[in-house]
Design a protein around this ligand. Structure first.
Ligand code: NAD
Length: 360
């Protein structure tokens, strides 16, 4: 069966790192007969330069008919002075809302070879592999009413609304339980149910949903404790599911446990596991065009795509093992370089991953 992938390299280092991920996917496509078909499109500043909008009709049509999207990054100084409605980042937001990508998966993986890159002690973080599932299209970031109002006493008051309906909680809970099933079958739901009624409902609905997943061990944790536990003993977690706001904060903490932004992939899924896959980092304009960006986060995003959209765990594991083997072979891009290692370019890192695939 043909699997259509919309490829959106975007801006800055986007085209350089996406090229390496496609190289790896192409190789696996031939080796495992995966049936992947690629079609390129424009997004972000690159799309603005051609069409005057960061998310043109052509790209909307392309992502709608695709099974999955592989994205590089958007943005850069060239477009910073544009009106906010046509800035590159609007393209990304448009894509997320157009496809209703409500489930944001942010793994924090620390390869043992890079344990020294973390600010935490190696024994605390070495071989860390946890997944944060963040609700992405609801909660306090979207709740109404919101704003800044003038009180009778002349003082201004800011206000936002934390709101989740049962159906919104249920769909992110299902997504998280299904992800836990593809990993180590442990799910921790993070809330503030002792203080916020909205997350009291969250806890109730997640517990109720869990009855359909008796093979997954469900636990609950308050967000203040979760933030402490993430830094104290992060390896206790397998999958964490949480609200938009808590997920925003906790996923950045988790990402930084690993210390290397160029290594971390992400996915944003809809209700049918159609997804957009991208590295968590931005377009890195400071190093764009130099051929030194780390392509591994994008290559690992491609592995997530095979895993979560195409349910091909074998192919995904092959990519992850090849990345591990490339690191074992001591090749490092500049961002993860340490003494005694071999410093390589973006394309040499891609080649090292392919070379590791051929040897397995
Ligand atoms: P950034 O992630 O692009 O860069 C931060 C630092 O990390 C830079 O020093 C950069 O060189 C380095 N870095 C990032 N990715 C790297 C890689 N793969 N290999 C080696 N080094 C890497 O963040 P920023 O500088 O704050 O933002 C730059 C632009 O990217 C802005 O326009 C911002 O809006 C945009 N941005 C886009 C996304 C996205 O597309 N999802 C995410 C974040 C930022």
């Amino acid at each position: 069966m043909t699997k259509k992938i919309a490829v959106l390299p975007g801006d800055g280092i986007g085209p350089e790192i996406v090229a390496e991920a496609i190289k790896v996917l192409d190789w696996l496509n031939s080796d495992m007969n995966l049936g992947l078909v690629f079609e390129n499109g424009l997004i972000g500043g690159a799309a603005y330069d051609v069409y005057g909008t960061p998310f043109p009709e052509q790209t909307i049509a392309l992502v709608k008919q695709a099974d999955a999207i592989l994205l590089g990054a958007v943005g850069g100084p060239k477009w910073e002075s544009l009106d906010i409605s046509v800035r590159p980042e609007k393209g990304l937001l448009g894509l997320r809302s157009e496809l209703q990508l409500f489930s944001n998966l942010r793994p924090a993986i620390l390869y043992p070879q890079l344990a020294g890159a973390s600010t935490l002690k190696p024994e605390v973080v070495s071989s860390l592999d946890l997944m944060i599932v963040r609700e992405l299209t609801g909660g306090i970031y979207f709740g109404q009413p919101r704003g800044i109002r003038l009180l009778d006493n002349g003082e201004r008051q800011g206000f936002n609304t934390l709101v989740y309906s049962e159906s919104e909680i249920r769909r992110i809970a299902h997504s998280a339980f299904q992800i836990a099933r593809k990993r180590n079958r442990r799910l921790c739901s993070v809330d503030k149910a002792n203080v916020l009624e909205c997350t009291e409902l969250w806890r109730e609905v997640v517990t109720e949903t869990g009855k359909q997943y008796s093979d997954v061990q469900l636990s609950h944790m308050y967000v203040d404790n979760a933030s402490m536990q993430l830094v104290r003993a992060p390896k206790q977690f397998d999958v964490i599911v949480t609200t938009n706001l808590f997920g925003d904060i906790l996923s950045d903490t988790a990402a930084m446990l690993t210390g290397s932004i160029g290594m971390l992939p992400s996915a944003s899924l809809d209700a049918n596991s159609k997804g957009m896959y991208e590295p968590i980092h931005g377009s890195a304009p400071d190093i764009a065009g130099k051929g030194i960006a780390n392509p591994l986060a994008t290559i690992l995003s491609a592995a997530m795509m095979l895993h979560y959209t195409f349910n091909d765990i074998e192919a995904a594991v092959r990519i992850k093992q090849a990345v591990n083997d490339a690191l074992d072979a001591s090749v490092r891009t500049a961002d993860i370089y340490s003494e005694g290692m071999q410093k390589v370019s973006t394309s040499q890192m891609g080649n090292a991953v392919i070379s590791a695939l051929t040897k397995r």
